[in-house]
Design a binder for this molecule. Structure first.
Ligand code: SF4
Length: 361
């Protein structure tokens, strides 16, 4: 596969109603697709998280309302409103920043926000208010600053390379970043958090895998939410990662109307294990501004997880986790629930601090 393939596909990804419509047109027309096409323009019209879908991802969608893949990326009118419980920075990452790109919420690991761009934008993204393209991919100067900070930190065993999606950067930029991180903390594991195997599978090409091999001690965490995301091109990309001896984990967000059924999630996790991918986290939705229509009530999430426990093996069952509002860190469900009030759930985070997550309708 040519390295240029993915760059060309990304540069030509659908970013407006006209592009979206053309992707499903059989002629020269621009079908309305029952109002779906117009939704693509909501993002620009209301200054929301951008709309972007590469051609391969579009090929995995049906142009109908409710399609579980399409609904994750096509803007919704409900995104315009922010509920009282929602925040621009729902994990309060700002309070844990140790340098402009580094977030240290736990003693043993640090998150590096490499950039603010993605190959496709998930409407429920918890960083959706921080996707400011102006900040771009991390610069040489910022890499040097981050590495200086890291080399002064004690006890960090893992660096989560996140974004946006770090893999939308060129191989050269990525190489400079990863080599610098490796030199700053030689013993640390690098955890690459990415959605590109699903949304832009051509990005998983031979030169990227060679880069990973040269860096070493990389774990790959793929974000995947529905069995339909395991379409042939995505599966082939995941197999290429496995074939390069890079351990694969998955993380999944529980999404209303998309994957909020135990049997469907069980199928997803079973298929992931059969591909050699360990389901790692099932996340309760974060309280990001404009994402209420995606969140599953926590009580329903607990019922779904209880059903999954009865269906899945230990290998197939991910941890059900929630980031406790207020920047308190993760809580595991149901074991970290310490109380219930009329408004919500009292949760003891891994740091031992107690916070509230609302029970929403
Ligand atoms: S790929 Fe990740 S960072 Fe990008 S929009 Fe989706 S959830 Fe957010």
């Amino acid at each position: 596969m040519d390295r240029q393939d993915w760059m060309h596909e990304l540069a030509n990804a659908a970013c407006c109603a006209r592009d979206f419509s053309r992707a499903f047109s059989t002629g020269q027309d621009y079908p309305d697709l029952g109002g779906l096409a117009a939704r693509a323009d909501l993002a620009a019209a209301h200054d929301l998280l951008p709309f972007l879908m590469p051609a391969t991802l579009l090929s995995a969608c049906q142009p109908v309302a409710g399609d579980p893949v399409l609904e994750q990326f096509l803007p919704r009118p409900t995104e315009i409103a922010t509920s009282a419980a929602e925040h621009a920075d729902p994990l309060d990452e700002g309070q844990h920043a140790i340098s402009p790109r580094l977030i240290r919420q736990y003693p043993s690991r640090v998150v590096l926000r490499a950039g603010s761009a993605c190959a496709a934008y998930c409407r429920f993204c918890f960083r959706r208010s921080m996707m400011d393209d102006a900040s771009g991919f991390i610069s040489d100067r910022e890499i040097a600053m981050a590495c200086t900070t890291l080399s002064r930190c004690e006890g960090i065993r893992e660096i989560l390379v996140s974004g946006g999606d770090p893999l939308v950067a060129s191989d050269a930029r990525l190489m400079h970043l990863l080599v610098s991180l490796r030199q700053a903390l030689p013993a640390a594991v690098l955890r690459i958090c990415s959605r590109v195997p699903i949304v832009l599978p051509a990005r998983i090409d031979s030169s990227l895998l060679e880069l990973f091999r040269n860096i070493g001690r990389i774990w790959f965490v793929v974000h995947i939410n529905h069995p339909r995301e395991l379409y042939p091109e995505a599966v082939a990309a995941l197999r290429r990662i496995s074939a390069a001896d890079i351990p694969l984990l998955s993380q999944t967000v529980l999404l209303r109307g998309i994957n909020d059924q135990a049997d469907m999630l069980a199928r997803l996790f079973g298929e992931l294990v059969s591909l050699g991918i360990r389901p790692y986290y099932l996340f309760q939705g974060d309280l990001a501004a404009g994402t209420a229509s995606f969140r599953v009530p926590l009580s329903q999430g607990l019922s779904i997880y209880a059903a999954l426990r009865g269906i899945l093996s230990g290998l197939e069952l991910p941890r059900y986790a929630v980031d406790v509002p207020g920047g308190l860190g993760k809580a595991y469900l149901p074991e970290d629930i310490v109380g219930r009030t009329a408004d919500g759930w009292q949760l003891a985070s891994r740091s031992g601090r107690i916070g509230m997550y609302p029970e929403e309708a």
